[in-house]
Design a protein around this ligand. Structure first.
Ligand SMILES: C[S@@+](CC[C@H](N)C(=O)[O-])C[C@H]1O[C@@H](n2cnc3c(N)ncnc32)[C@H](O)[C@@H]1O
Length: 200
């Protein structure tokens, strides 16, 4: 365990984030996905779910967006970010979000469950979080909007992809270079939300 922590601390993106003032190495995952897929633009409204400590929110603000961020844990202030401390699986949190803003250009979710070390349990918990993020995205995304959500890969991954894909013009499962080699995480990227009018 100690060896693994030392390994983590020596990670290239960990040091790069520290040097460049990002709160997490995860910031580079969003930067890389944005560069590849063009997810965030100037003046966009972004909903950042599972946002703490705030690396993704920092990136979104740098790209000229305004952000509403949500996490179970507290998050230190960032200019341009309105923070809600809450559970993305609860209806109460959704009510708080829409009180601040009804519609978003993109919903991005990097929420992770507490890791148990059991691959199947962690996978299923991450699937639940991804489904909750999707429920929120369906409620608040503008037609044409973008959706990014993390999950840990497992047997539910294809089912989840099939569930999400019909709602977006462009859809892909993607693993950014900044994801750790040993990590099972993968991101669903959906662009061009079709909105409800076109769906059954
Ligand atoms: C990997 S971190 C996110 C890192 C963030 N993207 C960044 O760049 O700083 C995952 C976060 O998901 C949050 N989380 C997990 N379950 C959640 C839930 N049900 N509701 C809200 N946040 C949750 C955790 O508290 C944790 O802060």
């Amino acid at each position: 365990m100690k060896q693994r922590r030392i390994e983590d601390r020596k990670d290239y993106y960990y040091w790069k984030a520290k040097k460049n003032g990002y709160r997490s190495r995860a910031a580079y995952k969003l930067l890389q996905m944005d560069k590849k897929f063009g997810l965030i633009k100037k003046d966009y409204w972004i909903l950042d779910l599972g946002a703490s400590p705030g690396g993704w929110s920092q990136v979104a603000v740098e790209l000229g967006a305004r952000v509403v961020a949500v996490d179970l844990n507290p998050m230190k202030e960032i200019d341009g970010v309105t923070f809600i401390q809450g559970d993305i699986c609860s209806e109460e949190t959704l009510e708080k979000i829409v009180k601040i803003r009804e519609r978003f250009d993109a919903v991005i979710c990097d929420a992770s469950p507490k890791i148990t070390g059991n691959w199947d349990i962690d996978h299923l918990k991450s699937v639940d979080l991804a489904k909750s993020a999707f429920m929120i995205a369906k409620r608040v995304l503008k037609p044409g909007g973008n959706f990014v959500v993390k999950m840990f890969q497992g047997e539910e991954t294809p089912r989840l992809f099939n569930q999400f894909k019909g709602y977006f013009r462009f859809k892909k499962l993607h693993s950014p270079q900044a994801s750790r080699k040993r990590s099972s995480e993968i991101y669903f990227i959906g662009k061009g939300f079709k909105g409800f009018s076109t769906l059954k």
